[in-house]
Write a protein that binds this ligand. Structure first.
Ligand code: ADP
Ligand code: TRP
Length: 338
């Protein structure tokens, strides 16, 4: 069976190290062994949270450029904006009609985002996982590489695929596999090691942006929360020390050393010494990405070419899937010429 990846990031605020290490880096490493790879900028998802929807134009450009700067080849993979392919929202409607409310009530991201304000949360935020299932299944994706926080949504997409197949009495959709990185699946906030690094955190110091210059990056690491203990000799010594564990995990991901090796290297040292090595390793790793990102952001024609190429392919695949889906729904077929 041909393999296909679909994944996406919301164009909300500044793309950060968690998005890169938890998601995009994995996309890049998988891309060569997969037949077709599609990477979406899921702008309609961003509309579910008003505070994120104010600067969609700039943020969409930023995410598209970041995909390429992080190593996605735009002439092999397809990069496109969700709102340029109307099939996503159309398929989501058909899925709405086979998805029990009980399934959505279990989604932890909705509970986190709606908080105590559930009665006032918008319907889009609640049905967000159905639109995400449509993003994935519209392309009959076989693999969905995401950070750990999205695993529950990909599992729901599998359930929705099954529910729809049952309803249509046809195996229209195959079940997509979530692919979660073994390391860096969850990068935590630099201010609180128990919270994930997120674009929506109000503090800029909680995350490292891919656009941060060297000085900002160094300052954020210097200010990053730690504890009073020195670095342990073995990995197990990081348990119950969320901030230390997170910084070690980041060091390991960007230096290419294992956590065990890093512990041995810094054993017994205070965090100040470790933080300066961490800063150097981050700068080494992120500087070429930032350079490429800045160049692309200045090249509107090239960015437009990339997302036009992506949307053209995505629309072809989308129309194929939707005509298959609709042919099983007893809808009145379009008269010729319509
Ligand atoms: P955010 O939560 O910062 O708004 P998104 O929800 O748009 O980011 O996430 C895009 C991708 O990045 C998803 O695959 C998600 O799992 C991954 N991701 C987001 N934050 C992190 C993190 N802190 N650690 C690891 N992966 C993350
Ligand atoms: N829900 C994902 C997030 O918040 C983003 C997303 C939307 C996505 N559609 C997707 C990820 C499809 C993978 C596949 O991170």
């Amino acid at each position: 069976m041909a393999t296909r990846i679909l994944s996406g990031i919301r164009p909300t605020g500044n793309i950060h190290l968690g998005n890169y290490l938890g998601a995009i880096k994995n996309w890049v490493s998988m891309a060569d062994s997969i037949d077709e790879t599609l990477f979406c900028i899921v702008d309609q998802h961003a509309l579910t949270t008003a505070e994120d929807a104010s600067n969609l134009y700039e943020n969409t450009r930023l995410i598209a450029a970041a995909y390429v700067a992080c190593g996605i080849n735009p002439d092999k993979s397809y990069i496109f904006a969700q709102s340029h392919v109307p099939g996503h929202t159309e398929l989501a409607w058909y899925f709405n009609c086979v998805t029990p409310l009980g399934w959505l009530n279990r989604m932890t991201q909705f509970k986190d985002k709606a908080g105590k304000n559930k009665e006032h949360a918008n319907l889009g935020l609640y049905s967000y996982p159905v639109l995400m299932a449509a993003d994935i299944l519209l392309y009959k994706a076989t693999h969905v590489p995401v950070g750990e926080d999205q695993k529950q949504h990909v599992e729901l997409a599998r359930d929705i695929a099954g529910a729809f197949n049952n309803y249509a009495k046809h195996e229209i959709f195959t079940l997509p596999e979530p692919v979660i990185p073994t390391q860096s699946a969850r990068i935590m906030s630099l201010r609180d090691g128990t919270k994930k690094m997120s674009k929506s955190d109000i503090s800029d110091y909680s995350r490292i942006h891919l656009t941060d210059d060297d000085d900002t990056l160094a300052l954020k690491i210097r200010k990053a929360k730690t504890d009073m203990e020195p670095i342990p000799q073995v990995k197990e010594g990081l348990e119950n020390r969320p901030e230390a564990k997170n910084l070690m995990g980041i060091y390991s991901a960007v230096s290419g050393k294992s956590i065990e090796q890093a512990c041995l290297q810094f054993e017994g040292q205070p965090f100040s010494a470790f933080k300066s090595e961490l800063t150097d390793a981050l700068i080494n790793h992120l500087e070429p990405i930032r350079r490429k990102l800045t160049l692309l952001l200045d090249d509107k024609d090239e960015l437009d070419r990339i997302i036009t190429r992506g949307a053209t392919r995505a629309n072809i695949l989308s129309q194929e899937s939707l005509s298959d889906v609709k042919s099983h729904l007893n809808l009145y077929p379009k008269p010729k010429g319509l």
